[in-house]
Design a protein around this ligand. Structure first.
Ligand code: C5P
Length: 221
């Protein structure tokens, strides 16, 4: 049971374009907690390599890129592109990259009074003791539709079918990884947003967190 003075970490995991980023940022705003989108870390590592003509499959080069990462790089618009998403999922398979990014994420998770962290392995690897864990998901078609609209809105020329293929490939790569398989933590609450509006998803997430917070504040209750 979490000691009373520990940080109230809200771990929001789930696959690409499941709505977890939107849910996480709304929760962070609601509670006034800092938020870390860990996908941006992997995206920035991927872009570092690509910008240096590096090989995404080269584990040593990828780890070096991760170790040299500066937080300002997360702000660059290029990390939000489709190319960065693809590069991220390729560098994320290297255990050295995950190890290099661990401390930064772990330090963020220990911040008091609390934080919101979104990713794939927050509830399982980065902050397994997090008192509030959500696993946000949606069908591949719904996720592809959301990601496609987002990318078109950013000015990228892509088709829905291309994005659906990306999502399926990404799920396969993210789910089949031994170092950090994208699995729901046993104590995470599943939130399927396929049939939900943003408002409904946020409302459901808020209720899950409120239940976890009440339990955290009253461990014996
Ligand atoms: O969530 P986002 O689409 O930005 O993540 C990009 C990629 O980064 C994911 O497909 C996944 O391969 C990787 N990732 C990860 N662990 C995290 C966050 C992202 O492996 N905690």
């Amino acid at each position: 049971m979490a000691p009373k003075n520990a940080a109230f970490v809200i771990a929001v995991d789930g696959p690409a374009a499941s709505g977890k980023g939107t849910v996480a940022s709304r929760l962070a705003k609601l509670y006034g907690y800092p938020m870390l989108d860990t996908g941006l870390l992997y995206r920035a590592v991927g872009m570092r390599l690509l910008n240096a003509d590096g090989d995404l499959d080269d584990a040593i080069a990828a780890e070096a890129a991760a170790r040299g990462l500066e937080l300002a790089e997360l702000e660059m618009p290029e990390v939000r592109t489709r190319q960065a998403g693809e590069a991220a999922s390729r560098v994320a398979v290297h255990p050295g990259v995950r190890a290099a990014l661990f401390d930064l994420q772990r330090d963020f998770a220990l911040r008091e009074p609390g934080s919101v962290i979104d990713g794939r392995d927050i509830g399982t690897v980065i902050a397994p003791e997090a008192p509030a864990k959500l696993f946000v998901t949606a069908s591949p078609e719904v996720r592809a539709d959301r990601r496609w609209k987002q990318l078109v809105g950013q000015g990228e020329a892509v088709t829905f079918d291309e994005i659906l293929a990306d999502i399926r490939k990404r799920d396969e790569r993210d789910g089949g990884r031994a170092s950090a398989p994208m699995t729901q933590a046993p104590d995470a609450v599943l939130l399927d947003t396929s049939e939900m509006t943003i408002e409904q998803a946020f409302d459901a997430a808020r209720r899950i967190v409120e239940t976890a917070r009440a339990r955290w504040g009253n461990p014996k209750g």
